[in-house]
Design a protein around this ligand. Structure first.
Ligand SMILES: [Zn+2]
Ligand SMILES: [Zn+2]
Length: 310
């Protein structure tokens, strides 16, 4: 076991060329090396967990040896397994277990039986309020935006629960157990509530763009300024903002109603939903039931195939 652990320690990649980049610094998504060098940070494993993985690998390597099908010569005839070959096989197996645990995606329809590693998709980080979701059709896999993406914003997907479906402590425990990291997304840092306690909508101040709880279009900081400058300023932009957000929410409610009752949604409705989502995200802020509703509806439409068929 100690020999396997020492081998693992020696094999930690450190140079860019060892983790999937070519000599010009470009990431190669078509090379097996890129998959082979996906994240496999053994330092996040406790000694007990690492020993368990080594035992698992040892057992599997022994089965491989006994089967007579894996350690063979050029003609397929079994050859005696040297200690060095056996340890090398154990090391590769442990690395694969660790790599798969952190980077793999369940194959739809065979969730518990098969996992896939992708050189590019597996690089995407997690957020409890992600900007993208992902799906697979046949052998193809893809990611797509579920809300407008601000220039420079990190592209993220969720590895498990969204912030609105599970409380932070549960999400955190699952992420640490399955992926061995502490989530620092905005939803976790600010401890956003789950759907039950979310406000229906949080408007953005028309003047400073900050979220605020008032029904006015200005936040409290901007209210005295605009009021003293112009007595009608308080009313005029309110009509303007409502006139944009309200129709967007109507589109959402219509689509949500159809989803709830299992009715099909047309491509035209899906297009309108995406447009309405852009308007809603521009004039209101996270976290709110409405914006979560837009994200969920886009996902349902994508899963129904509306995104891929033009
Ligand atoms: Zn988070
Ligand atoms: Zn303001």
């Amino acid at each position: 076991m100690i020999s396997i652990c020492n081998k693992l320690k020696d094999d930690q990649p450190s140079l860019p060329e060892q983790v999937g980049f070519d000599s010009t610094g470009k990431y190669s998504s078509s090379s097996f090396q890129s998959v082979y060098h996906l994240h496999q940070d053994l330092s996040t494993y406790s000694l007990e967990d690492l020993i368990a993985e080594c035992l698992h690998a040892f057992r599997l390597a022994k089965f491989m040896e006994l089967s007579g099908r894996y350690f063979v010569d050029g003609t397929g005839k079994p050859v005696p397994v040297t200690k060095e070959d056996f340890l090398e096989t154990c090391k590769i197996l442990v690395c694969n277990f660790v790599r798969s645990a952190a980077n793999s995606f369940g194959v739809p329809g065979q969730k518990m039986a098969a996992f896939k590693l992708y050189p590019t998709k597996s690089l995407v980080n997690h957020s409890c309020c992600p900007v993208m979701s992902h799906s697979s059709f046949g052998r193809e896999t893809f990611v797509y935006a579920i809300r407008p993406i601000v220039s420079g914003e990190e592209l993220t997907i969720s590895y498990g629960d969204y912030f609105n479906t599970e409380v932070k402590s549960v999400r955190s425990e699952k992420l640490q157990r399955n992926y061995r990291f502490v989530c620092r997304c905005q939803a976790c840092e600010e401890n956003w509530p789950t759907t039950k306690c979310l406000p229906a909508i949080v408007l953005r101040c028309e003047y400073c763009n900050k979220p605020h709880s008032s029904v006015d279009v200005q936040c409290d900081d901007c209210l005295p300024r605009t009021r003293s400058r112009n007595a009608v300023a308080k009313k005029a932009p309110k009509r303007k903002q409502n006139s944009q957000v309200a129709p967007a929410l109507r589109v959402l409610h219509r689509v949500e109603g159809k989803i709830r009752t299992g009715k099909p949604i047309s491509k035209e409705e899906f297009r309108r939903l995406c447009e309405a989502s852009e308007v809603a995200f521009k004039h209101s802020a996270m976290p709110s039931k409405s914006l979560v509703g837009f994200m969920g509806s886009v996902e349902v439409c994508a899963d129904a195939g509306l995104m891929y068929t033009g």
